[in-house]
Design a protein around this ligand. Structure first.
Ligand SMILES: [Mn+2]
Length: 242
């Protein structure tokens, strides 16, 4: 049977003028759905929830869970006030992400966390973030590419003896759509990919439940890039095992 993969929802506000202006949408981009399906997983979406126990019921039905990309994380979660460069925040989404991380650990569900998800994973275990790379870090390269999203714009070095090394070997060419990034890495994780300017672009949990964080967007590259697809296959194989 196909493993069932829960994907946490983001929220989007309709900005088009008209009677639907301001309407909110629960959403995930179709690329996550396609990436899961390409690897023979069966995806469903977890919309925003008011109660943690309801998230737990939904996660119980899944074999694994994905936290996708999205808006900036409220710096209050790592005990900072927002600087002017910090972007728009959606509290309910941040809360859902934190519950999903906590419950994935409790229920021992493999977790693949991408971009915002990757950053939240670090925050959930006591790490913190650069609220804006360009004002808070020196000698930083461009991590907000203006070329099509399925194309790579910078390189990362991969740590030996990691799952990612088995896929990519020493280096990977990745896309990049983030002005925030991991600053202090939580002790529970090891960095498994790092860009040339020292940004941690992938993390893996040292012990306990299977948790992989990826700063770039493999779902946008997976249709045309076997190695990016292999990241999803690696995760789905873990889900299948349980
Ligand atoms: Mn990057």
């Amino acid at each position: 049977m196909k493993p069932v993969i829960a994907i946490a929802s983001g929220i989007k506000k309709n900005k088009e003028a008209g009677i639907f202006e301001g309407e909110l949408y629960s959403y995930i981009t179709e690329e996550y759905v396609k990436a899961v399906e390409m690897c023979n997983g069966l995806p469903f979406i977890i919309p925003l929830q008011k109660e943690k126990e309801d998230v737990e019921r939904l996660l119980t039905m899944a074999d694994g869970v994905i936290l996708p990309g999205g808006n900036d994380i409220d710096p209050a979660f790592y005990h900072e006030k927002p600087i002017p460069e910090c972007g728009e925040i959606f509290h309910e989404v941040d809360q859902l992400y934190l519950w999903v991380i906590e419950l994935a650990e409790k229920l021992n569900k493999p977790l693949l966390a991408i971009c915002k998800g990757h950053q939240m994973l670090n925050v959930a275990y006591g790490g913190n973030l650069y609220q804006d790379l360009h004002v808070q870090k020196e000698f930083v390269m461009d991590h907000s590419q203006n070329i099509p999203r399925h194309l790579s714009s910078h390189e990362v070095r991969i740590k030996k003896d990691s799952f990612l090394y088995d896929i990519f070997q020493k280096k990977a060419n990745v896309n990049s759509f983030h002005h925030q990034a991991i600053h202090k890495l939580a002790d529970a994780f090891e960095a498994v990919a790092t860009s040339e300017d020292g940004i941690i672009e992938a993390i893996f949990k040292k012990e306990g439940s299977w948790m992989l964080g990826i700063q770039w967007h493999p779902e946008m590259m997976a249709a045309a890039d076997e190695k990016m697809k292999a990241i999803f296959q690696l995760f789905i194989d873990q889900c299948q095992k349980r």
